[in-house]
Design a protein around this ligand. Structure first.
Ligand SMILES: NC(=O)c1ccc[n+]([C@@H]2O[C@H](COP(=O)([O-])OP(=O)(O)OC[C@H]3O[C@@H](n4cnc5c(N)ncnc54)[C@H](OP(=O)(O)O)[C@@H]3O)[C@@H](O)[C@H]2O)c1
Length: 310
């Protein structure tokens, strides 16, 4: 296990990201009236200048378009999922996102790679030229690589060979008290190299006690089981708000530039904002205890899981 950072010149990379980024999945929920979702998006635009989104999030882009059109000067910078399995489709996916939003380009492209595109990335193939050209054209200003336990090997292989240097600025994955979605080997490498990280799913899908106690609230049984393990640690911390605990946990890693959390409720949104205002590190023993759990979970379950099963 690696616990110290190598000093490097990476500290400025992605340092313009705010500590909290508004995630937009809940804007795609058709059960909530359209106008209500637009007003949440408008409120988020007033407070946060970076959003995370994807054309795959139901009607989220329609909601965002309506919100953006009410205040084009207030349009946030976006992190958007782009990919997927061959280099030729990347531009199309970018346009599937920017065209509905009436934008010319993206600030940050989240590279979601699979199939032959992932192989190409691991082996230093032509995708890097494609990414560079897209950057030069200003279609996407910067890239981060999305990582899952089952795709950690691709990231590791490329990183060891130095292929992403100067083209891909950092890594984005689930990182919250119940999930750290990289293999242990990749995690150690990212920490050692001081690679910039964007942590996703701030509160791990909801309140810890609900995740633990309400049947079906956790979308997979392993999350409920992890909530059983983490709840006593959270309670011991004395922190009242799960959101605050989670924001402090994510930012307990100096590599983490931002945490991405979603909500359709203004009061929950305010909780994210308050938590991100003045972030204090968690007590060392609390942070370390969860880090230890995450090393175990990674080996026991995450790296053995079939893609997309967790
Ligand atoms: N592969 C990917 O790229 C990927 C995958 C997953 C997520 N993401 C990004 O990360 C964002 C966040 O992920 P996520 O939505 O899965 O996880 P999350 O932010 O950890 O959890 C959001 C859920 O928690 C609830 N919630 C938020 N604050 C709460 C509070 N104070 N009390 C109780 N419940 C609360 C929200 O419900 P309410 O609406 O009721 O508040 C929502 O159901 C997404 O919007 C997306 O942008 C990306």
């Amino acid at each position: 296990m690696v616990s110290t950072n190598q000093s490097s010149n990476k500290s400025q990379v992605l340092s313009d990201l705010p500590p909290y980024i508004y995630g937009t999945t809940r804007l795609g929920d058709e059960k909530i009236p359209f106008e209500e979702r637009v007003s949440v998006a408008r409120a988020a635009m007033q407070e946060v200048d970076w959003f995370h989104t994807s054309h795959t999030y139901g009607s989220a882009l329609q909601v965002l378009r309506a919100a953006f059109d009410q205040d084009r000067a207030g349009v946030p910078k976006l992190i958007v999922k782009i990919g997927w399995s061959h280099a030729g489709e990347i531009r199309e996916v970018i346009h599937q996102n920017i065209d509905p939003l009436g934008l010319d380009g993206l600030e940050l492209g989240q590279l979601c790679l699979s199939g032959s595109l992932a192989e190409d990335y691991a082996n230093g193939g032509e995708c890097y030229e494609v990414f560079s050209r897209i950057k030069q054209e200003g279609l996407v200003n910067r890239f981060v690589l999305e990582v899952f336990p089952w795709s950690s090997e691709v990231a590791l292989q490329a990183l060891r060979a130095g292929y992403p240097e100067g083209i891909v600025d950092g890594y984005i994955f689930y990182l919250n008290p119940l999930q750290r979605f990289t293999s242990n080997e990749l995690w150690d490498m990212l920490v050692m190299r001081d690679e910039p990280i964007i942590a996703m799913r701030t509160v791990s899908g909801g309140n810890i006690h609900k995740l633990r106690d309400v049947p079906g609230y956790a979308w997979k049984p392993y999350l409920q089981e992890r909530a059983v393990e983490v709840a006593p640690i959270f309670e011991r911390s004395g922190i009242q708000s799960w959101t605050e605990f989670c924001v402090r946990f994510a930012h307990g890693f100096p590599q983490v530039r931002a945490t991405v959390g979603a909500t359709s409720h203004l009061e929950n949104f305010k909780e994210f904002l308050t938590a991100a205002e003045k972030i204090k590190l968690l007590p060392r023993d609390i942070q370390d205890e969860i880090i230890q759990l995450q090393y175990r979970w990674s080996d026991e379950l995450d790296v053995k899981a079939e893609p997309w099963t967790m």
